[in-house]
Write a protein that binds this ligand. Structure first.
Ligand SMILES: Nc1nc2c(ncn2[C@@H]2O[C@H](COP(=O)(O)OP(=O)(O)OP(=O)(O)O)[C@@H](O)[C@H]2O)c(=O)[nH]1
Ligand SMILES: [Mg+2]
Length: 343
């Protein structure tokens, strides 16, 4: 087993430590792969609970103190090339890491009632912020006769982003995914529960690696088949991070991705007479003028406004989090131990 096959590409290795990649996350324990093959590891307390190392997530490259007779110890999380997180649905817990060090984000929606262009926009914004390349994958092509309306809707919000239409059931469109299936590259699959993420993993692998709920059919409510995130390697050396479906994608510090996703609106806004124009009733507002002339879609502008408000809210909660962290530094070691137990 060579860790470079898993995409490891760092110069600096600490003495006596072994590089590894996190392939699954469990309660208090991590599945890893290293030159010793697959195994399990736990965090080394000193580094993680007292020295502020970033908690590893699936896809992370870490340095371990290898143990052949039990769980290895994770000493350090190496710098992330790309990273994806969301606001934890349990707001008191702050940020939830989803995946790290991936090359492509497959944003998946199925060609039935799951298709929702606003949700697509939100995923796209977050994907861009991760710094990896987004690809839109519309699944269950066998369930519709006419893709055109979906393609038109998608292209309206995702200019320049490749859209692939596939069916894991019939194999339709699988060739379109070939450019992304390269040795050493990592893909992360994102999308609501039931869109067919795990089914696509199985279809690409040519065997049943992930569990799929066969009886659920189109019902995407409530039941999650995949319950934890996992990185698997296909026979050709491509890695896929399959994730449990997310009902809603909370936003976390997405302003940067937002500007990229709506660069057309930003371009109009730069031409407004006033720099702090709110695009409401101000004179010389280039955004309003673009809406009136039909150059800019009003619905798209409304979505942009809503996302901005949400991003602002997230930034505010980011400030709140930083204040909380400062308070955390001041508390006693005993309490930190408690934190360790809770984690
Ligand atoms: N008709 C059709 N059904 C599909 C296709 N792909 C998946 N399904 C069905 O959709 C349901 C959900 O598939 P999964 O692969 O478990 O979905 P998932 O996105 O992994 O769901 P979670 O793990 O809950 O997030 C199953 O009943 C699959 O058989 C497809 O291409 N066509
Ligand atoms: Mg699944």
């Amino acid at each position: 087993m060579n860790i470079t096959d898993y995409g490891f590409n760092y110069d600096l290795i600490q003495e006596r430590s072994i590089p590894a990649r996190i392939i699954s996350v469990h309660k208090g324990r991590f599945g890893i792969v290293s030159e010793f093959g697959e195994g399990f590891a736990q965090l080394k307390g000193k580094e993680y609970y007292f020295s502020g190392e970033a908690f590893p997530t699936v896809g992370d490259f870490v340095l371990i103190d290898h143990k052949s007779d039990g769980d290895s110890r994770i000493i350090k999380t190496l710098e992330r090339k790309t990273y994806f997180s969301r606001r934890d649905p349990d707001k008191s817990r702050g940020e939830q890491s989803i995946a790290a060090n991936f090359d492509y984000v497959f944003i998946m929606q199925s060609l039935n009632h799951d298709f929702n262009v606003k949700r697509l926009e939100r995923y796209l914004t977050a994907a861009r912020q991760s710094k990896a390349e987004p690809v839109i994958v519309l699944t269950k092509a066998d369930l519709t006769d006419d893709y055109l309306p979906y393609i038109l809707e998608t292209s309206r919000v995702a200019e320049g982003v490749r859209t692939c239409i596939v069916s894991s059931k019939t194999g339709y469109g699988m060739n379109e995914l070939l450019p992304y299936l390269q040795k050493g590259k990592t893909l992360v699959f994102l999308g609501s529960s039931g869109v067919g993420k795990s089914s696509l993993v199985n279809a690409l692998a040519g065997e049943k690696i992930m569990d799929v709920n066969g009886i659920r059919e189109d019902d995407s409510k409530g039941r999650h088949t995949t319950t934890h995130r996992e990185l698997i390697m296909l026979k050709n050396g491509t890695m896929i991070i399959d994730t449990p479906g997310m009902r809603e994608l909370g936003m976390w510090d997405i302003t940067e991705g937002l500007n990229d996703a709506f660069s057309d609106i930003e371009a109009f806004a730069n031409r407004c007479r006033f720099r702090d124009c709110r695009h409401e009733t101000e004179p010389g507002c280039a955004v309003r003028a673009a809406i009136e002339s039909g150059e800019l879609d009003e619905i798209r502008f409304d979505n942009y406004r809503k996302l901005r408000t949400e991003a602002k809210y997230s930034e505010d909660s980011g400030d709140y989090r930083r204040q909380k962290e400062q308070r955390f530094k001041a508390i006693t070691i005993g309490e930190r131990k408690k934190r360790k137990e809770v984690y």
